[in-house]
Design a protein around this ligand. Structure first.
Ligand SMILES: *Cc1c(COP(=O)(O)O)cnc(C)c1O
Length: 476
């Protein structure tokens, strides 16, 4: 036997490496994937050096604890990856769907599907049966049809894009009839009147801010009217002396006028949220059943999936959307597609949904469980801030967020940090404290309320990681 073949034999199998104690800290699908790649990489490198009969490598492989050494190399090479400016953070703001913190956390099923799509080729727009170009939406249409009762569906980059595509495809250069009570700003420069203009549509506003009647819509429908639109009041509420027209009546008017009725649901849930003790929010199926020809909604709000915008409804209208060149500019990529399909698949198993979909798990997390987390962390945080602030456990309210159900708050608990500071210094000390939390290795984002710093523990999952970095707070 040559030294060379001894060296080959001494190389550990990839599977064996992956099961090493040293690498047991890597647990997420993505980390494991990187570890696997790096393991292959390291072994390949050694193999090629052995092939070159490199005496140093051969000696090292035979004589050292090569398995352990390779694990160390893997750990070092993973740590060397530049983290960039996009970081994992702890969202302890109490807003579950936080647009600035990336909205929905994805289920592991989606992450696994994204990994497959990202690492290889997928038939995203390729028909395996005929061997010809396929339809990108085909992967989702059947699922969405099953979940919403829609005839057809298409998916674009986000809901703003979905609304834009619908307007531009069905009402370009024509009038869109909409109530003055629905000319809203969603945030982040999405204002319905501006979106209309960008889509080359003319806004035909009817009624008043607080009251709009069927007759207002009827009067506005002329030969220039191409669509009746409804925008769901997602981030505001009009209360008091109000009136609006039911979907069914708008649908009837649209049918009689030969134009489509489109409903922008914004959040749009696929399931009845009240069954989980959550506030009622219109469902996509409900809006379609009430007569909407098309419904638009976000993939990363209450749906709990990746950023995307979904349009579901009448097949002939969806076809028009698909043939609009804008669709090409707004389409989703293979990774989003993989994640969205995986999330929608979870919806097909309703009894598992609550335990599998992180968003639903966070929204339904019982207040007493959150309080227990707070109590567990209280002494640790108090220690970390000793001499600078006192810490208490207090009841608070979480928000669903992203414009969904703004009036409905969820009972929760927070760690309340009260700085020890002279009057007059308090605000500055508080801001500095919040900043220190944001400067931790994994930044912690809380909220300031009534002169105190609140950490709402509803969305805390990686408790150990949170605890491990508390000692870093001691550095002034
Ligand atoms: C959130 C929202 C939008 C925009 O959706 P994005 O997915 O953020 O692009 C549009 N309309 C309504 C009613 C919304 O609530």
């Amino acid at each position: 036997m040559s030294r060379q073949s001894d060296a080959y034999r001494a190389l550990p199998a990839i599977e064996k490496l992956l099961n090493c104690e040293e690498l047991s800290g890597f647990t997420s699908v993505a980390e494991l994937a990187i570890v696997k790649l790096e393991a292959r990489n390291q072994v390949e490198q050694l193999r090629s050096q052995i092939a070159l009969n490199d005496p140093e490598t051969i000696a090292w492989v035979i004589e050292s604890n090569v398995q352990k050494e390779i694990c160390q190399r893997i750990i070092v090479s993973l740590a060397d990856r530049s983290p960039g400016t996009l970081k994992a953070v702890f969202n302890l703001t109490g807003t579950v769907i936080h647009t600035n913190l990336g909205r929905a956390r994805l289920p592991v099923e989606a992450v696994a599907a994204m990994e497959v799509a990202a690492l290889g080729d997928v038939n995203i727009e390729y028909d395996l049966e005929s061997g010809r170009r396929g339809d990108r939406d085909a992967h989702l249409e059947k699922l969405l049809a099953d979940l919403t009762g829609a005839e057809a569906a298409t998916v674009v980059n986000n809901n703003a894009a979905a609304v834009m595509l619908v307007l531009n495809s069905l009402a370009k250069g024509q009038n869109v009839v909409i109530s003055r009570g629905e000319l809203v700003e969603i945030g982040g420069a999405f204002r319905i009147p501006d979106v209309m203009e960008s889509a080359s549509c003319c806004l035909r506003e009817v009624g008043t801010t607080n009251r709009t009647h069927l007759a207002d819509y009827e009067k506005a429908i002329d030969e220039k009217a191409a669509m009746i639109m409804r925008v769901h009041a997602s981030n505001y509420q009009i209360q008091g002396f109000t009136a609006d027209v039911a979907d069914a009546a708008l649908s009837k008017l649209a049918v009689a006028s030969g134009i489509p009725f489109v409903s922008d649901l914004g959040s749009g849930t696929l399931i009845e949220l009240t069954q989980y003790g959550l506030p009622r929010e219109p469902t996509v199926a409900g809006a379609l059943a009430a007569g909407a020809d098309l419904v638009t909604f976000s993939g990363d709000k209450l749906l709990g999936g990746p950023q995307s915008g979904i349009v579901a409804g009448r097949k002939d209208l969806i076809e028009k959307l698909k043939s609009n060149p804008l669709k090409r500019a707004l389409r989703i990529d293979k990774i989003t597609m993989a994640a969205l399909v995986a999330v929608l698949e979870l919806y097909r198993q309703p009894d598992l949904l609550k335990s599998r979909l992180p968003l639903l798990r966070d929204l339904t997390r019982p207040a007493n469980e959150i309080e227990t987390v707070c109590q567990r962390l209280l002494p640790l945080l108090s220690d970390g801030l000793a001499g600078r602030a006192t810490v208490d456990v207090v009841p608070c309210k979480s928000q669903i967020g992203s414009g969904s159900l703004p009036m409905d708050l969820l009972d929760s608990f927070a760690l309340c940090v009260d700085p020890i500071a002279e009057r007059g210094q308090r605000d500055a000390v508080l801001l500095n404290l919040a900043r220190q939390f944001r400067m931790l290795p994994r930044p912690v984002v809380g909220r300031i309320s009534d002169g105190r710093y609140l950490l709402d523990m509803r969305c805390l999952r990686d408790e150990h990681e949170f605890v491990d970095q508390l000692s870093a707070l001691n550095v002034h």
